[in-house]
Design a protein around this ligand. Sequence first.
Ligand SMILES: [Fe+2]
Length: 246
Amino acid sequence: MKYLILSDIHSNQEALGAVFSFVRRKPWDKVVFLGDLVGYGANPNQAVNMLRSMKPLVGIRGNHDKVCSGIETGELFNRIALEAAMWTRRKLTKTNLRWLKALPQGPAVVDGAFAISHGTPIDEDAYIFGEIEALNVFRQTDYPVCFFGHSHFPVIFGLSTESITTILTIAPSFRFKLKPGVRYLINPGSIGQPRDGNPLASFALYDTESRVVTIHRIAYRVEQTQGKILKAGLPRPLADRLALGR
Ligand SMILES: [Fe+2]
């Protein structure tokens, strides 16, 4: 089975559109979404509609989905994130708001093949930035393969009986075959707001038969997305950071 693994779209219609155009030429069976469909960007309804049209779909909620749909108040958000979340809450249609609210909390196990979480499988709002956080998650769970999001950069952590290794991907299409006897925590990166210094949208394809994960970086019309953010009256830093990838 081939899975499209998508995360942290953040209301970025152009980035999500570019990813969908790219995968039109690829064989895939199912879409898996790791949370944060909305928040930050200017097209929350378009993002929800586009993702909902990708069936079959398995999805979980992110911290921005919770605040934008009113499940949480966002008291831990910084000023800019909170302003964007409140703007998003006002813009979402009733149907899309209801759909976002109904997104289940992670972790979830997809087809008995792998797990997914937004932050970590232990705490949906916690980050995995480096090996110490990854090691703690490996120790407290037993998933052979778990995809996660929230930190907005593509990375593969592998735990063998000997050590933990980190692969930070740089190539436009990074292909990696999972090794037997090694457990993995994999972030496909962020589609709508990458933070690894590379502004290209990031997502993954996972073939469970060959055990190959490919992380792709896709160009999109960043200026158009920035223009929409400014026109909507959203905070300027949200537009500026898209061109920098941070
Ligand atoms: Fe996010």
